[in-house]
Design a protein around this ligand. Structure first.
Ligand SMILES: Cc1cc2nc3c(=O)[nH]c(=O)nc-3n(C[C@H](O)[C@H](O)[C@H](O)COP(=O)(O)OP(=O)(O)OC[C@H]3O[C@@H](n4cnc5c(N)ncnc54)[C@H](O)[C@@H]3O)c2cc1C
Length: 427
C-alpha cells in the first residue's frame, strides 16, 4: 500500500497560517466563554479573516468556495482547527452546520440552494439535523417519525431527540419514514423544515454533562423536538424520497474523519498540558517528569495519538482514493479508536494536574466532558466496532473441512506432499 502525507507549498502555507490563527486568536477567544450574541459579534472579524484567506467551509467543493484539495488536506487542517473548541465555529466546520452544508451542496434543488444553502454558507442562519428519536438512536431502522403524502405535499409527525442546536436553528434537516413498507434502509426521506413552521415544537434544551452555567456560545444545545401535523410542500424534500439513509451515510463519512482529526488536536493539547505540568510540579523529592507512572502516561499518550493520527490520515487518504463507501472499515476504526484515545489522554492530563485538573481554571475538565460524548454521537463506539469487524470478516471464509489453516499437522502433511521429491531424495 502506498500513501503519503506530503502536501503542496500552498497547503503548507495555509496550515502555518491556521496554526498561528488558532494559537493567537481562537484559543484566547475560547477563554472568554462568551454567550452566543456576544460571541457572534467578537467572532465576526475573525471569520472575515478566515474567509479572506479562502479557508471558510473548506470541506465543500471548490464550486462552493471550498478548498477542493481532498480529504487528506482537510484532515491536516482539522487537526489544527480542533485544538480550540471555537476553532470549528471560526472556520465554518462546526457540526451540524458543516454536515448540513455538505448534504445541501450535494442534493439541494436550485430553489433550496437559494433559500437554505447560500444563507447557511454565508453564516446568516443556523441549522440542525434531527434523526435520533427517544426510541431509535444507534439503530436508525427503528425510526417512527412519519412523513405521509397529503394533498399538495407531505405531512410530518414525530418526536426527535438530541437534535444539536435545534433551538437556535432557522431550519432543520429531518429524517422521517415515508414508505414504511419498503426495505428498512429504503424507508426514510430527508425533509427541510423551517423552525418557525406551525406544528414544530422545540420543547427544551436537554440538560447534559456538557452544560456549564452560564452557557457560552461554544457549548451546543441538544434539543427535544416534536412535529405535529407539519405540512410541507414537495419542495421540502431533499434529494429523492426513500434515500434518507444513504444520504445520511454520505454526510457522515468525511465528517467522521474531520471529527477524529479535531479530537487528535484536542488530545495533543491535553498531552502538551500534561508534559508541561510534569516539568515543574514537584512532589516527594522530584518533579512528576521523574516518576515512572507519569513517564508511562506521556509515552502511552504520545503513541496512542500517533496511532490514531496515522489511522485517521489513512482513512482520509482512502476516501480520496475510493470514496466514503470504499473507506467504510477505516472510518469505523477511527471513530471508536479516536474517541477512546481522546478520552484516555485527557483523563491522564487531569490526573497529572490533580485538583487543578479537576477545576474549571484549566480547560481539561470541559474537554473531558465533551470527550465523553464522542464515544456516543456519530454512532456509539460499539456499533462501529461491530461494523469494522463485519467488514474485516468479509475477507475470510471457513477453512476446508473446518481445519484451521495454521493447523500444524495438516500444514506438515501438505508440505510433505509438496516437497516429496526432495524429501524422498528423487532430486
Ligand atoms: C453530544 C451529542 C450530540 C448529538 N447530536 C445529534 C444531532 O444533532 N442529531 C441527531 O439526530 N442525533 C444526535 N445525537 C444522538 C446520537 O446520534 C445518538 O445518541 C446515538 O446514535 C446513539 O443513540 P442512543 O443515544 O439512542 O443510544 P442507544 O441506541 O439506546 O444505544 C445505547 C447503547 O447501546 C449500545 N449499543 C447499541 N447498539 C449496539 C450494538 N449494535 N452493539 C453493541 N452495543 C450496542 C451502545 O453502548 C450504545 O451507547 C447526539 C448525541 C450526543 C451525545
Amino acid at each position: 500500500m502506498s500513501w503519503s502525507f506530503e502536501t503542496d507549498p500552498e497547503t503548507e502555507a495555509d496550515l502555518a497560517w491556521i496554526r498561528q490563527f488558532i494559537e493567537g486568536k481562537a484559543i484566547p477567544l475560547e477563554a472568554l466563554n462568551l454567550p452566543v450574541a456576544e460571541f457572534d459579534r467578537v467572532a465576526a472579524p475573525l471569520i472575515k479573516e478566515v474567509r479572506a484567506r479562502g479557508l471558510w467551509a473548506a470541506h465543500l467543493g471548490p464550486e462552493h468556495g471550498g478548498s477542493g484539495r481532498g480529504q487528506l488536506h482537510l484532515a491536516l487542517m482539522n487537526e489544527i482547527v480542533g485544538r480550540s473548541r471555537v476553532g470549528p465555529l471560526l472556520f465554518g466546520t462546526a457540526p451540524p452546520d458543516s454536515g448540513n452544508l455538505e448534504l445541501l451542496a450535494l442534493h439541494a434543488t436550485p430553489a433550496q440552494r437559494e433559500r437554505y444553502f447560500q444563507p447557511l454558507l454565508d453564516g446568516a442562519v443556523r441549522s440542525a439535523v434531527a434523526m435520533t428519536e427517544p426510541e431509535a438512536g444507534a439503530d436508525p431502522t427503528l425510526l417512527t417519525t412519519r412523513l405521509d403524502r397529503c394533498d399538495g405535499g407531505w405531512v410530518l409527525n414525530g418526536h426527535k431527540w438530541f437534535a444539536t442546536n435545534a433551538s437556535l436553528a432557522d431550519f432543520m434537516l429531518v429524517m422521517a419514514v415515508s414508505d414504511p413498507a419498503a426495505a428498512p434502509r429504503d424507508r426514510a426521506t430527508v425533509v427541510i423544515v423551517d423552525r418557525d413552521q406551525p406544528g414544530v415544537d422545540v420543547r427544551r434544551d436537554i440538560p447534559s454533562m456538557e452544560d456549564p452555567e452560564p452557557r457560552p456560545a461554544q457549548i451546543e444545545n441538544h434539543c427535544e423536538v416534536v412535529f405535529t401535523n407539519v405540512r410541507l410542500p414537495d419542495g421540502a424534500v431533499l434529494g429523492e424520497p426513500g434515500r434518507g439513509f444513504a444520504m445520511m451515510q454520505e454526510r457522515l463519512g468525511p465528517a467522521r474523519v474531520h471529527h477524529c482529526m479535531r479530537w487528535i488536536g484536542q488530545a495533543q493539547r491535553a498531552l502538551d498540558m500534561l508534559c508541561e505540568r510534569a516539568t515543574y510540579r514537584y512532589s516527594h523529592g522530584s518533579t512528576l517528569a521523574d516518576k515512572q507512572t507519569v513517564q508511562n502516561w506521556i509515552a502511552d499518550s504520545a503513541a496512542e495519538i500517533a496511532a490514531a493520527r496515522l489511522l485517521t490520515l489513512q482513512a482520509a487518504w482512502r476516501i480520496d482514493q475510493a470514496g466514503s463507501r470504499g473507506a467504510r472499515a477505516e472510518i469505523a476504526l477511527i471513530k471508536f479508536y479516536g474517541a477512546t484515545v481522546l478520552h484516555d489522554v485527557i483523563d491522564r492530563a487531569i490526573q497529572a494536574h490533580g485538583s487543578l485538573g479537576y477545576s474549571s481554571d484549566l480547560p481539561l475538565e470541559a474537554m473531558y466532558r465533551r470527550a465523553r460524548a464522542a464515544r456516543i454521537y456519530d454512532g456509539p463506539d460499539e456499533v462501529h466496532r461491530q461494523s469494522a469487524a463485519r467488514l474485516i470478516l468479509r475477507g475470510y471464509a471457513p477453512p476446508p473441512g473446518g481445519v484451521p489453516t495454521e493447523h500444524l499437522p495438516s500444514r506438515r502433511r501438505a508440505a510433505e506432499s509438496l516437497f516429496a521429491d526432495w524429501l524422498e531424495g528423487r532430486t
